[in-house]
Design a protein around this ligand. Sequence first.
Ligand code: HEC
Ligand code: HEC
Length: 234
Amino acid sequence: MNRWLIPALLLALAAACSPQSEITDPAARGERDFNGLGCVKCHMIGDKGVDWGPNLTMLGFRKSPAWIDTWLKDPHAWNPKTVMPNFNLKDSTRADLVAYLSAQKGQAWKVKPWETPEAAALPAAERGKLIFNSVGCVSCHAKDGYGGYPNNNVAGGLVLALTKVNEGYTKPEAHQVIKGGRLSIPSDSTKPAPMLQMPKWGDKLSEKEIDDLVEYVFSLGPKVAAGKPSKDDF
Ligand code: HEC
Ligand code: HEC
């Protein structure tokens, strides 16, 4: 008998008996937990999941692993108004989710939501809105750019609203800001740097996509009526 056969069979048996250890890649374990814990009931990655909370297909491009970890530890500690539940995750589960989520840089899309035939037929500002929500501008600037989302160590404690960009910038200037990104200025240089920074979208989006975003951002204005916080406020 082949002298490797018995050890190989024993190894296979051991693997079958310990399902927790069968996945060795942290990101793969994170993907399993993302599905198993029900994150998919509120979030989309690629064409899977439900579009209720922010789309996470490009999360790893817009947010750092350190921020994702902070958020998952206790969403309400970062944003008291959030509707995302605290899952009280074990440290190891959280680390696996961070590995999976920070690897999401847009590759999960087979067809980008703004590249469907229907989206191609939309006016530029509406396609811009679709890009804004899909790539996650909404996760920092909030619905329709209303603002109100926390950042650390910045004046006012919030990420800027985008409802007055049309007053402060020309369209080419706004294009440049979106393309090149911008560092948040710390309000206290002795404290840790702001965790949320305006990403350099030119690394991910084309000139045309940024033009569509500019059209959308220029169409924004102040919030008309303040209502109760709802899922639409993310
Ligand atoms: C009941 C719906 C719901 C469930 C379930 C849920 N989330 Fe969320 N999540 C949200 C909402 C809504 C936000 C946006 C923050 C807010 O409330 O304004 C969010 C935000 C996030 C963010 C930040 C997104 C960004 O772009 O900055 C991450 C990361 C995240 N969730 C991961 C998870 C993970 C991982 C799970 C599962 C363990 C999960 N969520 C389960 C609703 C949910
Ligand atoms: C990770 C959070 C984050 C995401 C995602 C994000 N931004 Fe920003 N953005 C910021 C921050 C922070 C600033 C302010 C930087 C500063 O302090 O000057 C900013 C500034 C801006 C400004 C300039 C506003 C002004 O009044 O000076 C525009 C325009 C803008 N963002 C558009 C966008 C668009 C469009 C997207 C999506 C393609 C996007 N942002 C995604 C964090 C973000």
